[in-house]
Write a protein that binds this ligand. Structure first.
Ligand code: APR
Length: 251
């Protein structure tokens, strides 16, 4: 593993545009279950019934049962070593943008500034009927949360069947097309269009460094360096290795 981390650090230090694509796996060590691992969220709630925009429109009270369960966990979660390490890499100038599929705001809490929220952010709610917006905080005690027009509010996250925010989509495509290195961290890469980002980057010459506790369909197809294990542990070792390289201690 040490050799692989060293090779990954080399790629990152030499790259003048490094991106990361992150998924739910990076927040598991903050206590937030991912979706598709054993015991993940989708083993408790069928996404077709709870995470689809038509399900929300037809039965918002039912969907809020899942959303409250998530909100209880997310609102108390802290950034872990992986989020903090990526924030450090950004400060050092070795990680330029994070494209995250997560809606938990933990990259920002971990110090990252250049975060593209591909699936939105759960810290604000909107009314699908009159357009008024609220913070999740101010509505936390209302079950389900209602707009002043009395309709039930929806979190500003992308449900299945909804479009990705246009600016997030365009920016991500643009960056992936010119990236020299892409870190893919804690995602099964099964949900489109987020899962097109690794192939766009690869096609345009980026080296792909995948960090995951398990192999994914990317591992044997477009990953250049696969670092298997927990994101928190691997990223903190990777950051230490980059620091030593930059200080000239490591060749
Ligand atoms: N360290 C590294 N990887 C981990 C860890 C960990 N501690 N824990 C889990 N993983 C890996 C799993 O092995 C899996 O490959 O993270 C990945 C999580 O995959 P998913 O649960 O499918 O989550 P994600 O890829 O983010 O899902 C994408 O699907 O349901 C939608 O909108 C939702 O944004 C989400 C999208």
């Amino acid at each position: 593993m040490e050799k692989l981390i060293n090779a990954a650090a080399d790629i990152i230090v030499k790259s003048d545009l490094t991106l990361a694509l992150t998924g739910a796996g990076i927040s598991v060590e903050s206590g937030i279950p991912d979706f598709r691992s054993a015991g993940g969220l989708w083993s408790k709630f069928d996404p077709a019934e709870y995470a689809n925009i038509s399900a929300f429109r037809s039965n918002p009270e039912k969907v809020w049962e899942m959303l409250w369960e998530m909100d209880k966990i997310v609102s108390g979660a802290e950034p872990n070593e992986a989020h903090i390490g990526m924030g450090e890499l950004e400060k050092m100038g070795y990680l330029h943008y994070i494209i995250t599929q997560n809606v938990d705001n933990l990259h920002q809490a971990g110090g990252s500034k250049n975060v593209i929220e591909y699936h939105g952010n759960s810290s604000s709610l909107s009314c699908l009927w009159c357009g008024k917006t609220y913070t999740a905080e101010e509505k936390r005690s209302e079950h389900p949360p209602r707009c002043e027009c009395k309709m039930i509010l929806k979190p500003d996250v992308v449900f299945f069947g909804e479009a990705i925010p246009q600016d997030a989509m365009n920016r991500s495509f643009q960056l992936a097309s010119s990236a020299k290195a892409l870190m893919v961290v804690g995602t099964s890469a099964v949900v489109s269009p987020a899962n097109t980002i690794p192939s766009i980057a690869k096609q345009n010459g980026a080296r792909v460094i995948e960090i995951n506790k398990e192999r994914t369909h990317l591992t044997d197809s477009l990953t250049d360096i696969f670092l298997q294990g927990s994101a928190g542990e691997i990223i903190s070792v990777l950051v230490k290795t980059i620091k030593r390289k930059v200080e000239g201690v490591l060749s």
